[in-house]
Design a protein around this ligand. Structure first.
Ligand code: SF4
Ligand code: SF4
Length: 473
């Protein structure tokens, strides 16, 4: 047995993917560009919110524990929503995988997008595949140093920009930039930028396909979502085999009536593959279904003026066996049903979740205050959390106690029923001190349960209640 067979580790071989234009390359370029533009520029999108709320369209304000996503405000008590969103995203991924295989990996995954971005820089500095291989094999010279330094400098710049863009989702972007330029950024922000710069540089610049093959858990469990109707990129051996690269031999074989495959063994499909596999060896878990090999083979066959039948294409195992792909099937129904349930639940919650929260804490030092007329007064700390994006006014009333009068410190405004009117800014909690008095002639012994009700004067403000008790001797 050879040493290579004895070893449990495959030696790492640098992959030099060839850049290939074609329909799927254009499609990927459009999607990658949209993703990059959204990622880098979304923090600069302004979104008007009244009442002094931040005007950044997407802001994850960790110190204030509030997330702003356009008109949506997520509070700490809504944090389970993020778990629901993650579950919905996972179900969405399962759904896409059941239908289209690993299209997410090939067209949307950040690892693929950033690797492709850095590969473009490599192409710019080091040239095409052959030139890159030649450069790496050449001894170190002044030109080689300059080329490599130029490439790595731009890589680092792009990776640092990635870190900067990421952090600006967590701070007001213009303020963040001012602090960045003035060198006054807080340490956690600097650490995050440095961390993302290094990880992006390593993962997208060096590890590349190793991330997809060895590190990504999705690559490992996606097989469980596959069935014979899932879209895969596959080579048609019945058309391509037996392959022969020599044109003369092919012609001679044809003349002798031998079967000659359509594959000319040019390896164009292998040299474009970002994960370095040969799709002609059958379906492999390393394949991220980017379709670069389809573009490569199609362009070869176009040059050969070959018949329209493609050797490599998106297909399914069922189709390869001569059947017809079934798009609508049980697992697609299950995933879409579960996805609809989760997305529906999130939409329902967002439409119906409370717009205001009321907390009433009875001040029990002292338990109650005896008035000169024999009446009893209890003091309460009332906290009102306005979860809408506009300033709200609320009337505060109390029930469960006869003839009691409710007043609030520093609040003189009352509504038509004489209830105090409280004003609270958007997205903030305001504490008030409330006094509840019951006249002497109505005082009975023992404490009594009472109910505070907060009612917004506008339709979107909502209502809230809080149960407490009124202490008496
Ligand atoms: S085999 Fe083809 S589709 Fe799969 S990763 Fe390689 S180039 Fe992309
Ligand atoms: S690109 Fe097409 S013709 Fe060339 S080796 Fe691959 S499958 Fe064969």
């Amino acid at each position: 047995m050879s040493n290579a067979t004895d070893s449990l580790y495959a030696a790492w071989k640098k992959i030099y993917p060839r850049y290939q234009l074609g329909f799927f390359r254009h499609l990927r370029s459009v999607l990658y560009t949209v993703e990059l533009v959204i990622f880098f520029f979304l923090p600069f999108l302004r979104w008007e919110r009244p009442g002094g709320l931040p005007n950044q369209a997407v802001l994850f304000d960790l110190p204030a524990r509030k997330f702003y996503i356009f008109d949506l405000m997520i509070w700490p008590q809504d944090i389970f929503l993020l778990a629901f969103l993650l579950i919905a995203a996972a179900l969405g991924l399962f759904f896409i995988t059941a239908l289209g295989g690993r299209v997410f990996c090939g067209y949307m995954c950040i690892q693929t997008v950033w690797t492709d971005l850095l590969l473009h820089v490599e192409l710019f500095f080091e040239g095409n595949r052959k030139q890159r291989i030649k450069l790496d094999q050449a001894p170190w010279s002044g030109k080689k140093w300059l080329t490599k330094i130029g490439k790595h400098a731009v890589w680092l710049l792009l990776c640092a920009a990635t870190g900067v863009a990421f952090v600006s989702y967590f701070m007001d972007a213009p303020t963040f930039w001012q602090q960045l330029l003035a060198g006054t950024l807080p340490t956690p922000a600097l650490f995050t930028i440095a961390f993302l710069t290094v990880t992006t540089y390593l993962m997208a610049g060096f590890a590349r396909e190793q991330v997809c093959i060895y590190m990504c858990p999705y690559a490992r469990f996606q097989g469980a979502m596959f069935d014979e109707d899932t879209m895969i990129v596959a080579y048609h051996p019945e058309i391509g085999e037996p392959r022969e690269s020599n044109r003369r031999i092919r012609t001679a074989q044809r003349e002798q009536g031998e079967k000659v495959g359509e594959c000319i063994d040019c390896e164009a499909c292998v040299t474009v593959c970002p994960t370095g596999i040969d799709i002609r060896n059958g379906q492999q878990y390393e394949c991220i279904t980017c379709a670069a090999c389809i573009d490569a083979c199609d362009s070869v066959r176009e040059r050969l003026n070959a018949s329209r039948r493609t050797l490599i294409c998106y297909t399914s195992l069922r189709e390869m066996r001569g059947g017809k792909t079934r798009w609508l099937r049980a697992r697609v129904y299950y995933y879409s049903l579960l996805l609809a349930i989760f997305l529906g639940g999130i939409a329902y919650y967002l439409n119906h979740h409370a717009s205001v929260e009321l907390t009433v804490i009875a001040q029990r030092q002292p338990m109650y205050i005896l008035q000169s007329d024999g009446g009893i007064q209890n003091n309460f700390t009332v906290r009102v959390l306005n979860m809408t994006s506009s300033r709200q006014t609320y009337s505060l009333s109390v029930s469960g106690i006869a003839d009691a009068t409710l007043t609030v410190a520093a609040v003189s405004e009352t509504n038509a029923q004489g209830h105090p009117v409280l004003t609270v800014d958007p997205g903030s909690v305001t504490p008030f001190t409330a006094y509840l008095r019951q006249p002497g002639q109505r005082v009975e012994p023992g404490s009594v349960p009472i109910h505070f009700t907060l009612t917004a004067q506008s339709v979107d403000g909502g209502t809230a209640t809080y149960h407490s008790s009124f202490a008496r001797p």
